[in-house]
Write a protein that binds this ligand. Structure first.
Ligand SMILES: [Fe+2]
Length: 408
């Protein structure tokens, strides 16, 4: 976060209720999990639920309590080695791909760690000079809440019994079939101050838009079935060079978690709803589908410009512990993160913050694509029009989907 954003937050101080609510949701999301569920790691990209719980506590313990609270004592001096994610400034750490080997500490001990950190945090929530860091810690924890859900979904999908995380969540309505048109022109994008934003969302700057249209709804499972039936995964002309190599190398023939008429969900194996948005597609698949449909992916700036007047807290997003799933809404936000064709790059005049928190975003601005919106697993209130999510083009274990765009 840049210093201007830190100052902005500092004017108001952190909201103790917000801190307690975010921290409580993390614990609630782990409630359906046994210690064994919370310990396993199904692939290097995914982390154990227990690790997410501990790492988000480590973030507060390190960057708020250790660095700014005199006399604070670490819960356990050996644990930062386990729960530092990628902060080089914080020194050596346990290998990411081996987080699933951490059978100790137990889930119960990790929950005690969280309680220890929370008790210390309660004494500093009203300190204005810490408000910016606390806001960053809460936004960080919300990101890990989404990862906790997508990571446990992947882990459970690897179990031949197809266990459910929780009962199925309620459904929302589907949006319209039209297009939202924009005449183009010079648009101001990026964070303009007022409220929290990650450093990668700024500085605000101008971009030139050509006339374009954005679909009112996400691409559905029914449409994806038609793409498959039309030989979409067997037609190299539809694919980017790297995308076609990925299809061939991994034998990809459908979105992640699909088998015949079913897909794996947080409620276990379920029949696919043809009208629900397709999820768990890679950037490569999104590009190929758009080519097949005679359309293209939106740029991040087109998407942000149309979303600027929308309520970012609308739509199908995470409120409570549930087996969330994309179900279809009229909102621009929710259901699935939406791939854009925009490379994840620094905005003009972007500078990472000084110190370890400067490693949060900037060092990942290479080889990834921006996703906009929010998903059914994004905590409601976390995202906004200027939010920039980012993943590598082959990754698809997040709730990633597609909203088509076209030129006018
Ligand atoms: Fe993290």
């Amino acid at each position: 976060m840049d210093s201007a954003a830190l100052r902005q937050e500092a004017k108001s101080g952190a909201c103790p209720d917000a801190y307690r609510a975010v921290r409580a949701l993390s614990v609630a999301l782990a409630a359906p999990l046994s210690d064994a569920d919370a310990t396993i790691q199904s692939m290097p990209d995914a982390s154990p639920a227990k690790w997410h719980l501990a790492h988000s506590a480590w973030f507060f313990e390190t960057f708020v309590l250790r660095d700014h609270v005199a006399g604070y004592r670490l819960f356990d001096a050996e644990w930062p080695f386990l729960f530092n994610s990628y902060y080089e400034a914080e020194g050596a750490r346990h290998p990411r791909a081996e987080r699933g080997l951490l059978s100790r500490p137990s889930l119960e001990e990790v929950l005690a760690y969280r309680a220890h950190v929370d008790a210390a945090m309660e004494r500093v929530l009203d300190r204005p000079e810490l408000a910016g860091l606390i806001a960053l810690g809460l936004a960080h924890e919300q990101q890990h809440q989404e990862l906790l859900l997508t990571d446990i979904k992947h882990a459970l999908s690897c179990n031949p019994l197809g266990p459910a995380y929780a009962p199925a969540a309620p459904r929302f309505r589907q949006g319209g079939d039209g297009w939202r048109e924009h005449p183009g022109g010079i648009a101001l994008v990026g964070h303009r101050g007022g409220g929290f934003a990650f450093d990668n969302e700024g500085p605000a700057h101008r971009v030139l838009l050509e006339p374009f249209a954005l679909a009112e709804r996400l691409v559905t499972n029914r449409e994806w079935d038609a793409f498959i039936a039309d030989g979409g995964y067997a037609t190299p002309a539809l694919w980017l060079f790297d995308g076609w190599a990925w299809v061939r190398q991994h034998g990809v023939a459908a979105p992640l978690y699909w088998r015949e008429g079913e897909h794996f969900t947080l409620a276990g194996w379920q029949a696919r709803d043809p009208a629900a948005p397709v999820a768990h597609i890679s950037y490569y698949e999104a590009e190929a589908f758009a080519a097949w449909a005679g359309c293209r992916l939106p740029t991040e700036f087109e998407w942000e410009t149309l979303a600027a007047g929308e309520d970012p807290a609308a739509g199908n997003q995470l409120d409570v512990c549930a087996a969330v799933a994309p179900t279809g809404t009229a909102a621009l936000f929710g259901d699935c993160w939406q791939w854009t064709r925009s490379a994840y790059l620094p905005y003009p005049r972007y500078r990472p913050a000084a110190g370890a928190v400067g490693e949060y975003n900037g060092k990942f601005m290479n080889g990834q694509y921006v996703l906009k919106g929010a998903s059914c697993a994004t905590p409601r209130g976390h995202s906004r029009a200027g939010y920039r999510n980012f993943f590598y083009p082959h990754q698809r274990w997040q709730f990633t989907g597609l909203r088509l765009a076209r030129d006018l």
